[in-house]
Design a protein around this ligand. Sequence first.
Ligand code: ACO
Length: 439
Amino acid sequence: MNAQDGAKKADASRAATLIVNNKQMQMPVRSGTIGPDVVDVAKLYRDTGCFTYDPGFTSTANCSSKITYIDGEQGVLLYRGYPIEQLAQNSSMIETCYLLLNGELPSKADLDTFRTTITHHTMVHEQMTSFYSGFRRDAHPMAVMCGVVGAMAAFYHDSTNIHDPMHRKIASHRLIAKMPTIAAMAYKYSIGQPFIYPRNDLDYASNFLQMCFAVPCEPYVVNPIIARALDRIMILHADHEQNASTSTVRLAGSSGANPFACIAAGIASLWGPSHGGANEAVLNMLNEIGTVDKVPEFVKRVKDKNDNVLLMGFGHRVYKNYDPRAKIMQQTCHEILDLLGIKNEPLLKIAMELERIALHDEYFIEKKLYPNVDFYSGIVLRAIGFPVSMFTPLFAVSRTVGWIAQWKEMIEDPEQKIGRPRQLYIGPAQRDYVATTKR
Ligand code: ACO
């Protein structure tokens, strides 16, 4: 039995004992491959009549998973056991997609086949293009993506039988392949330019760049260094275990909903500024600060509880150390700005000063607030040419593989049931209806 097989087995010798409502119960303690143990409370209600209470799931594991591991104290992130630093350095987004979906790095032949499969699924049904004209031109691309991705179920219903492994596989490939096309079309629509079809001779990131930035009237040459940087950004965002959007995808999928609907739900959750919307919020914040000399004043506002200002791009539910993705993103940021000859980018200077002050300030040290992946990604994406409104859609494109791998894992996990949290009811106790004349 390998360590992963052992991960789901309860360890009877380390059962946790709980006494509640004068009832005593033993709860199994389960160990994973690495990381904290979990106390299995599944029978708590049956045996004691009590629920656990954990808003925000700060101490609750909702599933067992073999996909991604984070050690927030040490700043470690592993995809299928491989450190993010090694993947960002040596892998490609398409290989990382294979790894996340299938659990192992592909052989050369498997990688070629997978690349060909994804490449040949990149076009969307032509009729889907008419969906876009139903949106206002100034609609946020995330709003457009929620709608268009949800609509995929209406176009690709030959891959919506979640009980059929082949349907699940095809839906996964379609989502990974078409999401860049859908996001690029949302961008083109917002600026009034014609949609650009995918090109099968380009890699995943290069194809996305050309769908966003090419125009039909002149050739578009992809800058390989920018394409490599974008590919790396995609790898960094590809999965992040049970975050809000992934948990949303799992919860939506737990009812048996089709994968396109589930991913649309994930996009909606990602949009929030506490999650994927933070990269957009960081750039807005840097613009609002305006100049380096205003940084101390801004930090003062962040520390003032009455001011309700957050340092966007800082802090994380799990990382209580430097987010390993932020380190790679910072390095990528410098590389891209050097390449493009914009070393003196004022927003980068503000970001570096903010980071310097925050990393030495007692408020942030005490709360273990470090830069997260979003702190530098906006600066890089803006330098590449993406408008702020495309930052979160790009995150959605990158995270699609994580969402779909987690959805697939859930469907294939015999332990999973429909997600149905309980509550601590604090509303009125039962009372009788009163006629309007007597109120
Ligand atoms: N700036 C200032 N103070 C902060 C920040 C911040 N960015 N983040 C947390 N704090 C403070 C909180 O006010 C709280 O203080 P208190 O203990 O005095 O009340 C304390 O640190 C703990 O913060 P919580 O909000 O309880 O931590 P939680 O784990 O719930 O939140 C979150 C994590 C949502 C990421 C938060 O840090 C935040 O809002 N950060 C800014 C938004 C952001 O960058 N999000 C991207 C996350 S990464 C991603 O999704 C890709």
